[in-house]
Design a protein around this ligand. Structure first.
Ligand SMILES: Nc1ncnc2c1ncn2[C@@H]1O[C@H](COP(=O)(O)OP(=O)(O)OP(=O)(O)O)[C@@H](O)[C@H]1O
Ligand SMILES: [Mg+2]
Length: 257
């Protein structure tokens, strides 16, 4: 068995091109990348470099333009929409920056929702699993509250419970602390850290270098490609130099004016 067969996620040469009004946006330009069972990986990089696009493809919310994606041993790039939804429901737990809870469902109902799409899980088992998931995030005392009656940090904890309840193979989080103050942000990071220690596989997009430190492995994206830390530093320096040169080139013109 070769190496990538052991990976939970295996991406080979994934590209993504968005076509809008005759404009082509090359969001991802050939991503190769593996995530192993039990790993905690952070993805960072400048705004627009393709982080959310990559996470949406990983989470089967979007499809790649080319390349191959193997998730938990199954090739998933050519699935029908219905099969994709089923695999997503079973294998993926998604945590969004804006929490994305449903406003007219209670905490209990929000967390229960992903299980209602599964066959073979009866009402009693659903209830038990929902309460278990909410206990793990410290929110079992708010079962009948609605999202609007919770603080941002509490809403995100409920969203983490919703992501966990189906016992997914991997948790994907896109800027999970982006809408939180630092105290609540740190609480959510501590929660993800705890889940990782208990065995969860996590892939998290973050802008914040302090939060990226929680991960075992840090992936850097630049212009739709994975780059190592040295390359990232060089690209950053080159960009700074370009900006300095542009400013320097403008100076004489400014003096003339
Ligand atoms: N639906 C879409 N249609 C057209 N272009 C898109 C679409 N979604 C993303 N893009 C483009 O793809 C590129 C990558 O976007 P993406 O949202 O992945 O960036 P990001 O790294 O998550 O940025 P941020 O840190 O600001 O969230 C951007 O240039 C963006 O404009
Ligand atoms: Mg983004």
């Amino acid at each position: 068995m070769n190496d990538h067969n052991n990976a939970l996620i295996h991406l080979e040469d994934i590209t993504k091109v968005f076509l809008t009004d005759e404009v082509e946006t090359h969001a991802l330009g050939g991503i190769h990348f593996d995530v192993r069972q039990g790993e905690y990986v952070s993805i960072s990089g400048p705004s627009g470099c393709g982080k959310s696009t990559l996470l949406s493809i990983l989470g089967l919310l979007d499809t790649a333009s080319s390349g191959t994606y193997t998730l938990n041993g199954t090739s998933v790039q050519n699935l029908s929409a219905a099969d994709r939804a089923r695999v997503r429901n079973q294998e993926i737990g998604f945590i969004f920056q804006a929490f994305n809870l449903i406003g007219d469902l209670t905490v209990f109902e929000n967390v229960e929702l992903p299980l209602t799409y599964r066959e073979g899980i009866g009402r009693a088992e659903r209830k038990q699993r929902v309460i278990e998931a909410l206990e793990r995030v410290g929110m079992a005392h708010r079962l009948q509250h609605y999202p609007a009656q919770l603080s941002g940090g509490q809403q995100q904890r409920v969203a983490v419970a919703r992501a966990l309840v189906g016992k997914p193979a991997i948790l994907l989080a896109d800027e999970p602390t982006g809408n939180l103050d630092s105290r609540n942000g740190e609480a959510v990071m501590a929660l993800l850290d705890e889940l990782h220690r208990a065995g969860s596989t996590i892939c998290m997009v973050t802008h914040d270098p302090r939060y990226a430190e929680f991960a075992q492995r840090k992936i850097h994206l630049f212009d739709g490609r994975v780059v190592d830390e040295e390359t990232l530093d060089r690209l950053r320096r080159e960009e700074e130099q370009r900006i300095e040169q542009q400013i320097a080139a403008r100076k004489p013109a400014a003096a003339d004016a």
